[in-house]
Design a protein around this ligand. Structure first.
Ligand code: NAD
Length: 365
């Protein structure tokens, strides 16, 4: 039995989480596994009910689960609250409590969606990269982080710190992933200017010695940003520190056609991992039944592979999504011009049906 904590959150979070649960029930039925679901409050809904965006009970639930699936948090209703009550504080809090240091964001453009990308089709054809972002170190967490007054003028300070251990552990994640892909790691830094990047580059060279079958190259972050727009389909595994990863992953995400297509996984060293779609709570479409459930389905696919080792389940889910798209099924966010579209539930139903057919076909065949 696998215990899964569900944190649906706000906006479209509950709608897409419901679809994900139906998919996991389907997975369980096909492979003979039981998934036990328990729901926890997080974000704005938790503020309304418990006066905190991350109740203790939710933390305990997550710590005692095998994996955590989150929808999204936030919305205009809670935008004016002070920092400690903001829904996003709950999200940062749970990442910190679980110590999920490795954020994996695959960016894959399904062939039938190449006209939905903002770039020309020939540029994005075959786009399939993986951004490995360090999530718990760097300038977002370094101390001191403060305002000072120096000679009567206000000064703001943020600190970019990395220890060699923090750098090495994220690099190992990237190299191991590369072994399952094209055996190429691109380490992105700013070693021409930053001392932390020079340490990063040295450690990357050292860690690479343990993976002689994987090729390591380096790129400065400014150049990487440019190349991601010019030649996105030449990238494979990109590993980088927290802030560079934050920026590059949104850039990469924009190439995939819609935010509603992008999954993510945040892994810890030995505790449960946290899975969530990249997009937010989309308050503009919440409750309308038109949210795209695909990012959530691909997020479930990552959970099946990375937390449970169900590699074939993951492959079937990805293939089911691809078949549905190839047959022309689109949610509204994926349409170009006056293309026809289906709602969240219908898209979910079609993909689950394809999953069932694929899984049963392979298991019986
Ligand atoms: P958003 O990702 O919620 O929405 C951006 C645009 O993409 C909107 O037009 C939305 O309708 C569309 N979109 C997003 N996901 C979609 C899906 N699955 N199907 C169809 N369309 C989809 O970003 P935003 O509007 O900047 O933020 C809204 C709220 O979400 C804010 O409160 C923000 O702080 C929060 N947020 C939360 C997370 C998270 O929980 N991980 C991430 C980003 C933003």
């Amino acid at each position: 039995m696998k215990k899964i904590a569900l944190l649906p959150g706000d906006g479209i979070g509950p709608e897409i989480t419901k679809e994900a649960v139906l998919l996991m029930e389907e997975v369980g039925a096909v492979i003979g596994e039981t998934f036990q679901f328990q729901e926890g409050a997080i974000g704005g809904g938790a503020v309304d009910r418990y006066s905190t965006p991350l109740p203790e009970e939710t933390i305990r639930l997550c710590q005692h689960s095998d994996a955590i699936l989150m929808g999204a948090v936030g919305g205009p209703k809670w935008d004016r609250l002070p920092g400690h009550l903001r829904p996003e504080t709950g999200l940062l809090g749970i990442r910190k409590v679980l110590n999920v240091f490795a954020n994996l964001r695959p960016v894959h453009l399904f062939p039938s969606l190449s006209s939905s990308s903002p770039l020309k089709e020939e540029r994005v054809k075959g786009l399939d990269l993986m951004i490995v972002r360090e999530l718990t170190g760097g300038i977002y967490f370094g101390q001191p982080k403060e305002r000072r007054t120096v000679e009567g003028k206000e000064v703001a300070v943020d600190t970019l710190t990395y220890t060699e251990d923090e750098i090495e552990r994220i690099l190992h994640v990237a190299f191991k992933l590369a072994r399952k892909r094209k055996k190429e790691v691109l380490s992105v830094d700013k070693a021409n200017v930053l001392e932390s990047s020079r340490l990063w580059r040295e450690k990357a060279e050292q860690v690479a010695l343990a993976y002689p079958d994987v090729t390591l190259t380096h790129m400065l972050v400014d150049s990487a940003a440019m190349q991601l727009v010019l030649k996105p389909n030449t990238f494979d595994v990109i590993v980088t520190e927290n802030m560079f990863g934050d920026i590059l992953s949104d850039l990469g995400g924009a190439l995939a056609g819609s935010l509603g297509m992008l999954p993510s996984a945040s892994l810890s060293e030995n505790g449960p991992s946290l899975y969530e779609p990249v997009h937010g709570s989309a308050p503009d479409i919440a409750g309308k039944g038109i949210a795209n459930p695909v990012a959530m389905f691909l997020t479930v696919s990552m959970m099946m592979e990375l937390s449970f080792g169900f590699t074939e389940v993951s492959r079937w889910i990805n293939q089911a999504v691809e078949e549905a798209l190839d047959e022309g099924y689109r949610t509204k966010d994926l349409t170009v011009g006056d293309e026809k579209w289906v709602g969240t539930e219908e898209m979910g139903r079609v993909i689950r049906e394809k999953f069932r057919t694929l899984a049963k076909g392979e298991r019986n065949g």
